[in-house]
Design a protein around this ligand. Sequence first.
Ligand code: NAD
Length: 306
Amino acid sequence: MSDPAKPKLGFVGLGNMGGPMTRNLVTAGYEVTGFDINRPLLLQRAQEIGFHAAEGLADAARRSDIVITMLPNGKIVREAALGANGIADGLAKGSVLIDMSSSGATGTAALGKELAKRGITLVDAPVSGGVTGAVAGTLAIMIGADDPAAIERAMPILSAMGKKLFVAGSLGAGHAAKSINNYLGATNLVAVAEGLIAGTKFGLDPATLLAIINASTGASGTSQGLYPNQVLNRKFGAGFALALMAKDVGLAAELAQDIGMDAPQIALTAKRWARARDALPGNPDFTEIVKLLEADYGVELKPRKA
Ligand code: NAD
């Protein structure tokens, strides 16, 4: 049952992350109106989770005090916010828009200025923790905003979806932190693959080598989580699209450029992920970049004993 004392929420983007995040909001007692351009997905989620399905962006906003976006990128968020019959057309003055997508920090700061002219406050609150964290409601959330009152309004809502909440700084700071974090995750994924491939070529069993790394100083969240659970067991289904990871690393490269920093490691990681995005067909999971590296070196990271 929804709690009438809580603000009414709109939620735009009900994909891999938005679906489970919405479920946690409904469970926490929020009345939610959802919207997604994928209408069959919208209707399915609305029925399964128990929220109202909006007819469009402005309709979702009109029914809401606060709107959350969980969309593929900042360009789409901007269009959803400011486009004709968009979120800003439906939100009343004094409302808050929380962008939880992994958008670009500079674009977010610009969008915030335009929304402010229409009396809407933008908060950026991107997440980390993947689909598992979204389902469990344990996401890390990095918050950026220029208005402390808007952060105060957002906090209880964000607490229903995440467990580790950080106020990162002014508007766009959350998005900056997120792109830097994902650059590190993306670098780790490729670095561990190269290490395991080199070891396997030398004659080591990749599972033994991974166990050694994971008990040693080379260990990382990637080597301890993704490699046993997604890569060595050939599952390759973490629920995060490779194209989205390539976008995130690209945003870290853009950030470096915007602040006038020469960052060769970020540039290299961005280049490698852009290549993987262009080389792999379909809509691969981000862990499948390992398959491309395996093909490059002619080695498959198969444990000797399954
Ligand atoms: P997804 O592709 O599964 O979901 C995005 C949803 O947005 C889709 O259902 C799509 O139909 C919808 N959409 C696209 N354009 C729209 C529009 N104009 N109006 C309404 N709906 C629209 O992506 P996801 O994995 O849920 O990721 C969402 C965001 O979260 C991305 O910015 C991603 O980088 C970030 N993120 C993802 C993960 C992950 O593990 N999947 C982790 C952290 C952050």
